[in-house]
Structures are given as structure tokens and as C-alpha cells.
Design a protein around this ligand. Structure first.
Ligand SMILES: NC(=O)C1=CN([C@@H]2O[C@H](COP(=O)(O)OP(=O)(O)OC[C@H]3O[C@@H](n4cnc5c(N)ncnc54)[C@H](O)[C@@H]3O)[C@@H](O)[C@H]2O)C=CC1
Ligand SMILES: O=C([O-])CC(=O)C(=O)O
Length: 354
């Protein structure tokens, strides 16, 4: 099969009407060179995520990889007059080129859920995809920060860790399960109930909503800590329970609404772009960059766990603890552990058996 590669050079310029100084304090021309690779870039998440990464002034090179379809996506995105040079890569023989020199690799490759499926039902297909992509990452960009979006995240992150261990390249500071969408949802739902400002704007003096979400990324393993939400609000136990359940079922809500046409793509692209931006800021030495992520962890007895993570020049700088939990949250934490552990072990077992 003939595959083609498209390389389109985009002249560096700032977006008209948008300040050339990003909120990270770099003028776009002075930010360090950073290459970001998106694997699965032609998919439902991959396309809008590629667009959002093209808008990020911290990115100087954007490599868009998929098994097919990336020349078109790359040609399209490359016409946007922002800093980064865009290149499209299609087919396995071009994967190495896509990855070489990458600082951050974002992986939204794999099949999404249909109604009635759990994220774990995706394991059989996505585990193999993630394993082969991570084998290539170990070979071509072993020092990149890896942002794993492909489900089931509770298993795909442990698979990636095992692949990297076998290749001798594993660095626990550089592997992240992207759970940002859980935080995005918790913030949105909480702001609605607490009548708070959902996101900070220059014009609004109300503080921006923040909600840590810990555990994992599937059903009850998603544990939003509304007791630590800011700004504080006087919500009843019933309201907290309803918010918790809605956050845990947020993915299913979208899967059902899409009725067989996939799962969250647009909100996930937004969440993925926020997390990748945080990784880039950390790499660039911006202080106090904190996001929740599913990482190797000592916060509980489980080997991987999502919690607040401080990002720095080498990836994870510090895995932050859980803070004070309510009895309801403590119960949720104990309840999620068996399922999360079994998903982690399933991933490890797969990686070592195949
Ligand atoms: N972590 C999270 O919060 C979320 C994760 N997801 C997961 O993200 C994944 C992707 O979802 P969508 O974009 O909606 O699916 P999609 O089917 O629209 O796109 C997936 C893309 O991956 C590509 N792909 C398949 N095998 C590949 C390989 N070996 N190398 C490179 N690319 C490959 C496909 O060609 C396709 O373009 C799913 O597993 C989904 O469950 C979805 C939403 C949220
Ligand atoms: O629910 C799904 O299958 C996709 C996902 O992970 C989410 O939307 O949180």
C-alpha cells in the first residue's frame, strides 16, 4: 500500500488578535523548541486535539501520526498561521520519523466504546495498539513525556510501563494517564451546582472552580474530591453524591448520547490539550504547574493512582497526597481499590505475556 507523507512548513507568526505573549510568560518567539507527536491524529479525538496543539504557542513542531488519513489532517491544520511546523505521517513505516525528537507524545489511538460497553471491553484491541506504539516510543524518543489517552487508561498505563521496563527506558516521571477530562467534568458539574464561575476569565472577579479527582479513569475508580473543591459551597450530602455519580458516569453519558457513534471526542481533545500544555510548561521550567494524572504512585498501596501531580523539567516533580477526606470519600477510596488493582494487574500481565 502506498503511504504518503506530508510536510508542510508554516511560517512563524502569531494569531491575529491574540497576544503574542502566552499565559506562561513566554513570548511565542522566545519559548524553547518543543516537538509534540499525536498518535491516532486522524481520529475523533486526534483531529480536534491536533487543532488545539496547533494553537499552542509552546509547540514548535507538531507530528501527526495515524495508520491512515494524516496527510489530509496535517495539510488542513498546517494552514493555521501559528508557530508550529506541522508534518503528517501515515503507516507504521513512518512512525519512527513521527516520534524522533518528540518532547511530548500524546496517544489517543484505539477504538472507542459503544453503548453497553465498559472501558475494559476495549482492552483486547487497545492493549495491542498501545503496546506497539510504546515499543516504538522506547526506540525513537525514550525521553519523551507520554500522555496516555487510550482506554482503558487503568490498564494501558501499566502496559506502557512494562513495555518501557523491558526496553530499559522506563522513567516513572515521564508516563501519564490522562484523567483531565474527569477534572473538567467535575469542575463543570460542580460550578453548575455551586453557582460558581466555571473557568477564570480576566473580566470575572470570582475565583475559578477547582476540583481534584483521584483514583483511576473508569466508573467508581473515578473519585472526585468535592470536599476540596474551591470555591467552597454548602452542598448537601445528596448533592455531593449526585455530583460524584455524574462525574463517574460522564463518559457513559456521552457514549449513550452519541448512540453508537463513539465516545467523548471534543471535550477530551480540550482536556488532552490542557494536560499536554501543562507538561510543556513543566518542561519549560514554569513553576507550580499542578494537574491530576494517573501515574506511578506511593499515595496508596496501589502501584498506579491518579492524584495531583506537580510537573517540572523532568516530568513528574512531585506526586501530591490526597489531603483530608470525608467519610464518604474514604468509603469511595476503599471501594475503588479492588477494581483499580485488577485493571492494573491485567495490563501488567498482558504486557509480560505478549
Ligand atoms: N482518557 C480519557 O479520558 C478518554 C479516552 N478516550 C479513548 O481514546 C481512544 C480514541 O478515541 P476516539 O478518538 O474517539 O476513537 P476514533 O476511533 O475516532 O480514533 C482512533 C484513531 O486511532 C487510530 N489508530 C488505530 N490503531 C492505531 C495505531 N496502531 N496507530 C496509530 N493510530 C491508530 C485510528 O485509525 C483512528 O484514527 C479510545 O480508546 C477512547 O476510549 C476517549 C475519551 C476520553
Ligand atoms: O467513556 C468513554 O469510553 C471515554 C472516556 O474515557 C470518557 O469519556 O471519559
Amino acid at each position: 500500500m502506498r503511504t504518503s507523507m506530508l510536510k508542510s512548513i508554516v511560517r512563524r507568526s502569531s494569531v491575529p488578535g491574540v497576544s503574542s505573549v502566552s499565559r506562561r510568560g513566554f513570548a511565542s518567539g522566545s519559548a524553547p523548541e518543543r516537538k509534540v507527536a499525536v498518535l491516532g491524529a486522524a481520529g475523533g479525538i486526534g483531529q480536534p486535539l491536533s487543532l488545539l496543539m496547533k494553537l499552542n504557542p509552546l509547540v514548535s513542531r507538531l507530528a501527526l501520526y495515524d495508520i491512515a488519513g494524516t496527510p489530509g489532517v496535517a495539510a488542513d491544520v498546517s494552514h493555521i498561521n501559528t508557530r508550529s511546523e506541522v508534518a503528517g505521517f501515515a503507516g507504521e513505516e513512518q512512525l519512527g520519523q513521527a516520534l524522533e525528537g518528540a518532547d511530548v507524545v500524546i496517544i489517543p489511538a484505539g477504538v472507542p466504546r459503544k453503548p453497553g460497553m465498559t472501558r475494559d471491553d476495549l482492552f483486547n484491541i487497545n492493549a495491542g495498539i498501545v503496546k506497539s506504539l510504546c515499543t516504538a516510543i522506547a526506540k525513537y524518543c525514550p525521553h519523551a513525556l507520554v500522555n496516555m489517552i487510550s482506554n482503558p487508561v487503568n490498564s494501558t498505563v501499566p502496559i506502557a510501563a512494562e513495555v518501557f521496563k523491558k526496553a530499559g527506558t522506563y522513567d516513572e516521571k515521564r508516563l501519564f494517564g490522562v484523567t483531565t477530562l474527569d477534572v473538567v467534568r467535575a469542575k463543570t458539574f460542580y460550578a453548575g451546582k455551586a453557582r460558581a464561575n466555571v473557568a477564570g476569565t480576566f473580566l470575572c472577579l470570582l475565583p475559578e472552580v477547582n476540583v481534584p479527582v483521584v483514583g483511576g479513569h473508569a466508573g467508581i475508580t473515578i473519585l472526585p474530591l468535592f470536599s476540596q473543591a474551591t470555591p467552597t459551597a454548602n452542598l448537601s450530602d445528596e448533592e455531593i453524591e449526585a455530583l460524584t455519580k455524574r462525574t463517574q458516569d460522564g463518559g457513559t453519558e456521552v457514549v449513550e448520547a452519541k448512540a453508537g457513534k463513539g465516545s467523548a471526542t471534543l471535550s477530551m481533545a480540550y482536556a488532552g490539550a490542557i494536560f499536554a500544555d501543562a507538561c510543556l510548561k513543566g518542561l519549560n521550567g514554569v513553576p507550580d504547574v499542578v494537574e491530576c494524572s494517573f501515574v506511578q504512585s506511593n499515595v496508596t498501596e496501589l502501584p498506579f493512582f491518579a492524584s495531583k501531580v506537580r510537573l517540572g523539567k523532568n516530568g513528574v516533580e512531585e506526586v501530591l497526597g490526597l489531603g483530608q477526606l470525608t467519610d464518604y470519600e474514604k468509603k469511595g477510596l476503599e471501594a475503588l481499590k479492588p477494581e483499580l488493582l485488577s485493571s492494573i494487574e491485567k495490563g501488567i500481565k498482558f504486557a509480560n505475556a505478549n
